[in-house]
Structures are given as structure tokens and as C-alpha cells.
Write a protein that binds this ligand. Structure first.
Ligand code: FES
Length: 105
């Protein structure tokens, strides 16, 4: 597992990732999505585990994401599928600190 840091301060990260938007970032060899609800950040795989729709067009509702294709819902903290039947979404540990957003991949 590797740790990556996005940004150099908390304020910079909050500006870089507007609330409820989904941003695609490349960290090492992995592309992952980052989103937030207030100061709660989420990091998750960019494709839906159901039929691989891009989650960049997904909708963030509190700490869940709704897939744009068949509207399955996933808990962004655990990755658990909440509506629909498919494997869970892969999520990554993230933590906002004064020195940026740390992501464990
Ligand atoms: S592809 Fe995401 S719910 Fe079907």
C-alpha cells in the first residue's frame, strides 16, 4: 500500500475539489475518483462494478454515489452496494489534514 498526498494545505484541497463534484486523479499507476460532502472526503474506483459505467457522471448524495446508468447506489465509506446486485465498489482510505489530502492505495 502506498500513501499519496494531494495539495499542500486543507484550503487548497477544499478549493481543488468542489463539494459533490467528482474529480479523476492519477496516483501512481491508478486512476481514482475523489469527491467530498463538506469535509468528508471519499476516494473510489472510477467504474461502476455493475456494468462498468463511468462514475464521473455519478451523483453524490450525502455519503453515497448513484451510478448514472442503472442508478445502483454505493456507500462511499465502505463501498457496499446499497441498491442493486453487483460486487461492492472499491474504495480507498482518505484523510484530510492541514498538509493536504492523504490517500492510501
Ligand atoms: S453500470 Fe452502474 S448500475 Fe449498472
Amino acid at each position: 500500500m502506498k500513501t499519496f498526498t494531494l495539495g499542500q494545505s486543507k484550503e487548497q484541497v477544499l478549493q481543488m475539489i468542489p463539494e459533490k463534484r467528482i474529480k479523476l486523479v492519477q496516483l501512481g499507476g491508478e486512476k481514482i475518483c475523489i469527491s467530498r460532502n463538506g469535509e468528508a472526503f471519499f476516494a473510489f474506483e472510477p467504474f461502476c462494478p455493475h456494468r462498468m459505467a463511468s462514475l464521473l457522471q455519478g451523483t453524490i448524495v450525502r455519503d453515497e454515489i448513484v451510478c448514472p446508468l442503472h442508478e445502483y447506489r454505493f456507500d462511499l465509506r465502505s463501498g457496499q452496494v446499497l441498491t442493486g446486485q453487483c460486487p461492492d465498489l472499491k474504495v480507498y482510505k482518505v484523510e484530510l489534514s492541514e498538509s493536504g489530502l492523504e490517500i492510501w492505495i
